[in-house]
Design a protein around this ligand. Structure first.
Ligand code: PLP
Length: 394
């Protein structure tokens, strides 16, 4: 089946309004003529099967409090078994209104005030605020940046071990990693697992981007499945939101194999979150049950975009990028770009001078870097890269 990843969809709300156009954060934050390659949402229409299921649900017409259907639980079990060889159970799943809420809820439910909550940097910005927002102690460890341009970012186990204190209780882990797109190797994960056990830590493993592996040989290894001895310490977060472009339907799932941990988490979050989003649950089931051909077609498009971007970056003096092994996000090192020296942050300079909005690395804990979202049509990506060329290739 053919899917359309080429036709740009209008995501700006035009002046004067028009009921067929819906405003989006991505296209509205900067407005005007700026081309937005920042927030992690794609400019693609979701899979046809998802749209069809949503239409049927809307036709039902009643939107009172829903229940998580058994069929959704079974569908996620099947997806997990097929793609990751992990036999999860229906009752391990707690469906929630988003991954970021789940990070905060885990901190509240599984740690005590003053406990240390540890994360790597650079990292998707909400990770950096969970500890403070929940009255815990923020702890951070830097990743190892590439020794040479183009080499992968790596886990720095020594830095991670050095950041652990007797107060450290919870690790907020991200795999595949946002913003570098890194798919951790088995060796890196084994080192991590050893640290987790030695320091008696709990782990929230945000595996939101796991269905978007770009490297042919890359393999996602769910942390809890790879190290069964640690499964009682791990809460895995999955969602259809990045894979199938459904973030606005606020639906995610915490997979918790250990009954004790599951009870603790469920008890700790009671009353703090809304019940499931009835449309989001329907979309999730359709996506996992019928969306795989669309996902595979998407991956081919994203691989092409990654290639175009890699070629372009090679022409920009002083800009380095390790091609992401996963996700539609690229992490650019702009610190040495002669065109961006002095003045505002490189990201702000590109916004002002090229009219392209990237995500500022400072928000990820690494100033001088920027994250670029290439989950858009070839036309829009090409237009944005041409603008960046105008500043960076000079
Ligand atoms: C690693 C990671 N976690 C969480 C989120 C946000 O998830 P949600 O919209 O379900 O809160 C994102 C969004 O980009 C992300 O990249």
């Amino acid at each position: 089946m053919e899917f359309d990843f080429a036709t740009p969809v209008e995501r700006r709300h035009p002046q004067g309004g028009d009921a067929s156009h819906w405003p989006s954060q991505k296209w509205h934050r900067y407005g005007g003529e700026v081309l937005p390659l920042w927030v992690a949402d794609m400019d693609f229409v979701s899979p046809p099967a998802v749209l069809e299921a949503l239409r049927a649900r809307v036709d039902h017409g009643v939107f009172g409090y829903g229940l998580v259907p058994d069929s959704l639980r079974e569908t996620l079990c099947a997806w997990s078994a097929e793609h990751y060889g992990w036999a999860i159970e229906p009752d391990w799943q707690l469906w929630l209104p988003g991954v970021v809420p789940a990070l905060h809820l885990a901190s509240l439910a599984l740690t005590e005030p003053g406990d240390g909550v540890l994360t790597l940097t650079p990292i998707y910005p909400p990770f950096l605020r969970v500890a403070e927002r929940t009255g815990r102690e923020p702890q951070q460890a830097p990743m190892r940046s590439p020794a040479r341009p183009g080499e992968p970012w790596r886990l720095d186990l020594e830095a991670l071990a050095a950041a652990i204190t007797p107060r450290t209780r919870l690790l907020l882990w991200c795999q595949p990693h946002n913003p570098t797109g890194r798919v951790w190797s088995r060796e890196e994960l084994a080192g991590l697992a050893e640290l987790v056990e030695r320091h008696d830590l709990l782990v929230v493993s945000d595996e939101l981007h796991c269905d978007l592996l770009l490297d042919e040989g890359a393999r996602h290894r769910p942390l809890a499945a790879t190290f069964p001895a640690l499964a009682s310490r791990i809460l895995t977060l999955w969602a259809p939101s990045k894979t199938f472009n459904l973030a606005g339907l606020t639906t995610a799932c915490a997979v918790i194999p250990d009954p004790g941990l599951r009870r603790r988490f469920a008890r700790g979050i009671k009353g703090l979150t809304p019940d499931g989003n009835v449309l989001g649950l329907v979309a999730a089931e359709a996506a996992y049950a019928q969306g795989d051909p669309w996902r595979r077609a998407l991956l081919a498009v994203l691989r092409g975009h990654r290639h175009s971007l890699t070629e372009r970056v090679a022409r920009w003096p002083g800009v380095a990028m390790s091609p992401p092994e996963s996700t539609y996000l690229a992490w650019l090192d702009l610190r040495e770009a002669p065109a961006l020296q002095g003045g505002a942050s490189p990201c702000r300079a590109l916004l002002e001078r090229a009219g392209v909005a990237l995500s500022d690395g400072a928000d990820f804990g690494w100033p001088g870097f920027a994250r670029l979202n290439f989950g858009t049509t070839a036309t829009q990506l090409e237009a944005a890269l041409a603008r960046l060329d105008g500043v960076l290739a000079a």
